[in-house]
Design a protein around this ligand. Structure first.
Ligand code: HAM
Length: 418
């Protein structure tokens, strides 16, 4: 029979060998976020399309090319979320979360969707975790968010991350920079790609994000945004870097880091890894002081980041096989009567918190032992007629090969003491 159904291109099944690692990851993320005072938020998988076009920006790649958008039965345009900042801000406004306190710290870990060209580290359905700190306009808040991202990557085991920081200024500084950039690029217009020529009119800063080698070379002489910042923006940026220095977070200033989403003001940052190839950004974020107001809330400053879980896993590579020290029992039945008492024994072990598996195929003792091995059980508990008669079990340690007869009454405490 041919396998007619395959997972959609750019999506992935997680099998039990994968999910064990995912759960470890998720535990690190939940623990750290909560330790740092961020509360978890979960929003629906789809939202009104307009939420994303108004926030991420009509001209962005995400909105113009990558969204999974559909019209539902009531003629409403809905979109599978391509990012989580806008939904989180929608929920913040909808639930009047500002009333709970002047500073709201939220985190998420969820699935999102972007119709990109799939390649290593670039999927169409993928997972992000991220944090959003809402309410503070001050640079220490930007620094806390960047340091949090670094702390989690560090705990997950990412080696050699590079932290890139930039500022896109407030609207006033950005306006000044925009006109300097347009003045610089207009005489070079014919050398720009079609997309960049369009962007020259609609959103010239996005040209800085180009991956085209020729354009990158042209841009090497482009004006520097730092020279267009007003004094408050410059001070903010210097303070953010000062906090990072104080905390020993090595970082590089990258004056072309504008990011692909339109809502940023002032700080932008990315954390990259040399271990993931072309798609090297593990994490991206920044400040977005105007977004909440744009979405209908009160003017409220905010800053946050999001990191791609699949990409981090790629950076970490295959993990060496995990040697779990935890006792994991496989019950081996050596006679038919042992099968009858199997459930009672398995229940007793499981109720006492001991991971337990057994055979339901009535295979030979040898085959059961082989299966125990395949499942990486640490111990076999062998029960046959002899053991039933004197109310005992044989416990075999797979690592040492040692085998002992233990009375049924002592079995749980024996296994727990291992
Ligand atoms: P972003 O840069 O679009 O930012 O995405 C953040 C991270 O998600 C990327 O650095 C990457 O690791 C991962 N990622 C993005 N696209 C894909 C994909 N197709 N496949 C796998 N991983 C991917 C945002 O989403 C902003 N909402 C971040 C933010 C939060 N800014 C402020 N707060």
């Amino acid at each position: 029979m041919s396998k007619s159904f395959q997972a959609i291109k750019g999506t992935k099944d997680l099998l039990p060998v994968d999910t064990a690692r995912w759960r470890e990851f998720e535990a690190v993320i939940h623990d750290t976020m909560q330790q740092w005072g961020f509360g978890e938020i979960r929003t629906p998988i789809f939202e009104k399309t307009e939420l994303f076009s108004r926030s991420v920006g009509e001209e962005s790649d995400i909105v113009s090319k990558q969204m999974y958008t559909f019209i539902d039965q009531s003629d409403t345009s809905l979109t599978l979320r391509p990012e989580l900042t806008a939904p989180t801000m929608r929920a913040y406004i909808q639930h009047n979360m500002d009333r709970e306190g002047a500073l709201t710290k939220l985190y998420y870990m969820d699935t999102l969707f972007r119709q990109e060209r799939p390649q290593a580290g670039r999927l169409r359905q993928f997972n992000q975790f991220g944090a959003e700190a809402i309410g503070s306009p001050h640079p220490e808040q930007d620094a806390e968010v960047i340091v949090l991202a670094c702390a989690i990557l560090n705990k997950l085991g990412v080696a050699n991350p590079t932290v890139l920081v930039n500022t896109v200024g407030s609207s006033e500084s950005r306006e000044r920079y925009r006109s300097e950039l347009v003045n610089f690029l207009t005489p070079l217009k014919n050398e720009l790609s079609e997309t960049s020529q369009k962007r020259l009119k609609s959103n010239p800063l996005r040209i800085l994000d180009t991956k085209d080698k020729k354009e990158v070379a042209l841009l090497s002489d482009a004006p520097d945004i730092l020279n267009c910042l007003n004094s408050e923006d410059l001070h903010h940026f210097e303070k953010v870097q000062g906090f990072l220095n104080e905390l020993g977070i090595a970082h590089e200033c990258s004056n072309k880091l504008v990011r692909g989403l339109d809502y940023y003001t002032r700080t932008t940052f990315e954390i990259t890894s040399p271990d993931v190839g072309a798609q090297n950004a593990l994490c991206g974020g920044g400040r977005y002081d105007e977004l909440i107001e744009q979405l209908g809330g009160k003017p409220t400053p905010a800053v946050g980041f999001a990191a791609g879980i699949e990409r981090i896993m790629l950076a970490l590579g295959e993990k060496q096989d995990q040697t779990t020290e935890k006792v994991m029992v496989y019950i081996v039945t050596a006679s038919e009567s042992a099968v009858d008492s199997l459930f009672r024994l398995a229940n007793k072990l499981r109720q006492n918190g001991i991971s337990t598996s057994f055979d339901t195929l009535r295979r030979s003792v040898k085959a059961q032992m082989r299966e125990a091995n395949r499942l990486a059980a640490t111990h076999a508990v062998i029960v046959g007629d002899e053991e039933i008669a004197d109310s005992s079990a044989k416990v075999k340690n797979f690592k040492t090969g040692e085998q002992n007869t233990i009375s049924m009454n002592d079995l749980v405490s024996h296994l727990k003491s291992l």
